[in-house]
Design a protein around this ligand. Structure first.
Ligand SMILES: NC(=O)C1=CN([C@@H]2O[C@H](COP(=O)(O)OP(=O)(O)OC[C@H]3O[C@@H](n4cnc5c(N)ncnc54)[C@H](OP(=O)(O)O)[C@@H]3O)[C@@H](O)[C@H]2O)C=CC1
Ligand SMILES: Nc1nc(=O)c2c([nH]1)NC[C@@H]1CN(c3ccc(C(=O)N[C@@H](CCC(=O)O)C(=O)O)cc3)C=[N+]21
Length: 294
């Protein structure tokens, strides 16, 4: 961000607040919640994200284990690992990092995860709970965005929210959470006509597309709150590779508030994973207590 007047909605302070709450809850459990992350192959971005998540888990007082499987792992072996983790009472959260190699279908893998250990909130049971307005483990990026808005005092109820992007991981579940929070929601995507007219109607505009600087100032209503989810690796004028979002920097001159990239939504995603892992551990504990008392 160069010039502009928009308030910078920084991720790290809001993320620390989420992690502090999760850590305090974790400390009240008989054993530290245990997160298991499964990564298949050596995609450099996935390697780096998974490392970041495991590091944060340790800082938050959680246990974490990373299973790094070779690129050529057969789907059956991955399913067998998930079954073992489901059955292990010492494992509270399971996350299979996406994308998976092309020879492995996502659907059967996500459906194999015990919904109560599904800290990514991608199992159809959790998707269904979210869309029927019941408590559920919600995907980390959308839940992190809701936590960030709450942290900075941005009201959602009654406001017009436009989400650009309809992915399983971000756009769709965010629409469900926004609806549950009483926003009026529009979801745009690659087939949307006259995208600018729609984005200009937003009080809160969320860009989750994966195209550098797709959202330009003319697409933003003066005073709108803009959430930039995109993480794009681009080569700058200096010839160096760096990260940039889906939102053009000049949007800062139009918006009232804007999340930076990096240092915006990304840290919220990681923080929310810690919160979801603690929530999963608590759910399993109360589930187990319920069984004992029955
Ligand atoms: N900060 C964080 O924590 C996270 C960041 N990300 C980043 O967010 C971005 C989006 O991720 P993800 O949702 O997984 O991406 P996907 O590629 O799964 O989805 C992209 C969405 O954008 C839509 N789209 C593509 N081109 C256009 C266009 N020109 N106009 C309008 N809509 C368009 C697609 O439409 P259609 O459905 O029609 O194809 C699709 O719905 C990426 O940069 C990713 O790296 C992702 C997860 C977490
Ligand atoms: N099953 C699954 N669950 C996910 O939640 C999931 C996934 N698969 N696949 C990929 C996306 C992407 N994602 C990010 C996590 C952290 C940052 C993050 O920490 N970003 C930092 C900087 C990152 C950097 O410097 O490279 C930031 O924006 O400041 C970004 C993106 C989770 N995802």
């Amino acid at each position: 961000m160069t010039t502009g007047t928009a308030t910078r909605l920084a991720g790290p302070p809001a993320a620390e607040a989420v992690i502090a709450t999760a850590s305090a809850q974790a400390a009240g459990l008989p054993t530290p919640p245990h997160l298991v992350i499964v990564r298949v192959g050596d995609d450099p971005a996935s390697v780096s994200y998974v490392r970041g998540k495991a590091k944060k888990a340790g800082e938050a007082g959680l246990r974490s284990t990373v299973h790094a499987l070779p690129e050529a792992t057969p789907q059956a072996d991955l399913l067998a690992l998930v079954a073992t983790l489901n059955a292990d009472p010492d494992v509270h959260g399971i996350l299979v990092q996406l994308p998976l190699p092309a020879h492995i279908a996502e659907e059967p893998v996500l459906e194999a995860i015990d919904p109560d250990k599904d800290v990514d909130g991608l199992h159809p049971v959790n998707v269904g709970r979210l869309w029927s307005g019941r408590p559920a483990l919600a995907p980390c990026t959308p839940a992190g965005i809701m936590a960030m808005l709450a942290h900075y005092g941005v009201a959602v109820a009654g406001r017009r929210v436009v989400i650009v992007g309809r992915s399983r991981l971000v756009g769709r579940p965010l629409a469900g959470l926004m609806l549950a929070a009483d926003a009026t929601v529009t979801v745009a995507h690659s087939r949307t006509r006259d995208l600018a007219a729609i984005t200009r109607s937003a009080d809160i505009l969320v860009a989750a597309v994966g195209r550098a600087h797709l959202i330009t100032p003319d697409m933003v209503a003066p005073g709108a709150v803009v959430i930039d989810v995109g993480i794009n690796r681009v080569v700058g004028e200096d010839g160096k590779s760096h990260l940039t979002g889906d939102v053009h920097p000049h949007v800062a001159a139009v918006a009232s508030a804007l999340t930076p990239v990096p240092g915006g939504v990304g840290p919220m995603t990681v923080a929310q994973l810690m919160a979801n892992t603690v929530q999963a551990a608590e759910r399993q504990r109360s589930g187990a207590l319920g069984e004992l008392l029955r």
